[in-house]
Design a protein around this ligand. Structure first.
Ligand code: TMP
Ligand code: ASP
Length: 239
C-alpha cells in the first residue's frame, strides 16, 4: 500500500490524508519542544503515551456531550480524526495561576482564581502566539462572536469534566490549552488537536508532584516517566 500523503507537520504531530473523505490521520511524534521550540529533544515513548492519553480524554469529553474531532485510535502512534479547518486560536483555561500569566501580569504562582479564567492566544509561531481578546478575534475574522460564545461554553465544559476526572485520582488540573476546528463536511465546531500532558498543567493534589510538560520545560525529571505515571493513575495503562 502507498504511504498516505503528509498534509502538515507540527512540533509534536504530523497530519496525513485519511482513508476516507473527510478524515485525517494524526501521528504523535516523540519530539518535545518548549518555549516556541527554543528547547527541543526527542523522548522515546512520548508519542505513544500522548496518543493513549489524548484518546482517553477526547472520549471522556465526547461522552459528556462536547463534540471532538476524534474518531478512533488506529495504532500506537496514530489516530483517525475528522478533517477540520483549525481556528487559529489557543484557548487557555486557568484554575490556578502558573506559567505565563505569572510572568506577564505579576500574579503570584499558586493563586486560586475565584472562577476559571479564560484567555485566547493567536496561533502563530513567528509572532510567538501573542495573547489576544474577543475584539481582535472578531475584527481580524479568526472567529465570530456567536462561535466564540460556543467556544467558551465548550472550554468551560471541558474544564468541569477534566477537573472532576483528575480530582477523582488526586490530581489537580491547574490549567490547559484547547484548540477548535470546524468540520470541513458540515462546519460543526469541535475540540481538535490533542489534550495531553503536553497541553495541561497537572500535579498531585497532596505532594504537588508534576505530571506535565513543565518537567521538560524546567528539567526537573523524566518527562515520559511522569506521563506514564499519570496514565497509570487514570487506568489507561497497567504498568
Ligand atoms: P502558559 O502558562 O505557558 O501560557 O500555558 C498555559 C497552558 O497552555 C499550559 O497548560 C500549557 C499550555 N500550552 C500549550 O499547550 N501550548 C503552548 O504553546 C503554550 C505556550 C502553552
Ligand atoms: N508548545 C510550545 C512549543 O513547543 C510552547 C510550550 O509548550 O512551552 O515550543
Amino acid at each position: 500500500m502507498s504511504q498516505p500523503r503528509k498534509i502538515y507537520e507540527g512540533k509534536a504531530k504530523v497530519i496525513f490524508d485519511g482513508p476516507k473523505n473527510g478524515t485525517l490521520i494524526q501521528y504523535f511524534k516523540d519530539d518535545a519542544t518548549a518555549f516556541n521550540a527554543k528547547k527541543f529533544d526527542v523522548l522515546d515513548g512520548k508519542g505513544e503515551i500522548n496518543n493513549l492519553i489524548s484518546e482517553f480524554i477526547m472520549k471522556k469529553i465526547g461522552e459528556k456531550g462536547i463534540p471532538t474531532h476524534f474518531l478512533e485510535r488506529i495504532n500506537k502512534r496514530e489516530q483517525l480524526i475528522l478533517d477540520c479547518n483549525i481556528i487559529p486560536l489557543e484557548v487557555v483555561i486557568r484554575n490556578i495561576a502558573a506559567g505565563s500569566i505569572c510572568s506577564r501580569l505579576g500574579v503570584q504562582p499558586g493563586l486560586k482564581f475565584r472562577e476559571p479564567l479564560i484567555e485566547f492566544y493567536y496561533k502563530n509561531d513567528e509572532l510567538e502566539d501573542p495573547i489576544v481578546n474577543d475584539s481582535h478575534i472578531n475584527l481580524l475574522e479568526w472567529s465570530t462572536p456567536s462561535e466564540m460564545e460556543k467556544i467558551k461554553v465548550f472550554a468551560f465544559g471541558v474544564n468541569k469534566i477534566l477537573s472532576k476526572l483528575f480530582f477523582s485520582v488526586d490530581i489537580t488540573l491547574i490549567d490547559f490549552k484547547l484548540e477548535f476546528g470546524r468540520v470541513k463536511t458540515d462546519n460543526r465546531l469541535v475540540v481538535a488537536d490533542e489534550i495531553s500532558p503536553d497541553s495541561c498543567r497537572l500535579c498531585d493534589t497532596t505532594s504537588q508532584e508534576k505530571f506535565d510538560k513543565d518537567v521538560f520545560r524546567f528539567d526537573t525529571g523524566d518527562l515520559v516517566s511522569a506521563y506514564r505515571k499519570l496514565a497509570r493513575r487514570l487506568g489507561i495503562i497497567l504498568k
